[in-house]
Design a protein around this ligand. Sequence first.
Ligand SMILES: [Zn+2]
Length: 203
Amino acid sequence: MDSIEPQQWGGQARTRQSCPFHFDQNAPFHLYMSKPFITSQQIKRVTDCNSGHPGKDFTFDGAHWSNAYMPYPNMDFGTPVYAMEPGTVLWVQEGKPLCINDPKCEPNSVAIQSADRVVTEYVHVTPWVKKGQQVNTGDFIATLAPSGNFNVQPGGKPLPHLHINRITTPGNSVCEHIFSCNWAIVGADFPSWYFNPFHHHHR
Ligand SMILES: [Zn+2]
């Protein structure tokens, strides 16, 4: 998210934000069954959802805050992002520049509302869909982009990553949304073997 990336350099996490975030603590657990990247590599959650960071950050190709100086040939800005679920594009935010260590800087994003009205927002991207467009699971919707705030050490560079928000009740701004942290992506931050039929319990 633009204003709220925790700084985890050197093992120290520091969170900054421009407003308090609101959460639905009773939102039922939701599991996304499709991943936002097409890659044979392991998609990793590098930042979890919490009171100061209302979504989760994902990378692959070894990209991580702790070694953000390394080059990531498959996980750079421009990496395609795919819809994890079907729905309608509720909003698209465009034209927001890269900011470094500026918590008030807004990001580009694509927000898709599913049939249950919940909104999944893909943040730090260049949108490739338009408001009102219908999308299906796996549709190409955006590319990763240096847009919004990235907290960067002196001399460092922004780590490309996808921030995902799950918004149970959208408001008019990030400060008005109601978020849920109670979700995961199967095979990324939730074990894919969970749905392996050979692990089912019988009788
Ligand atoms: Zn984030």
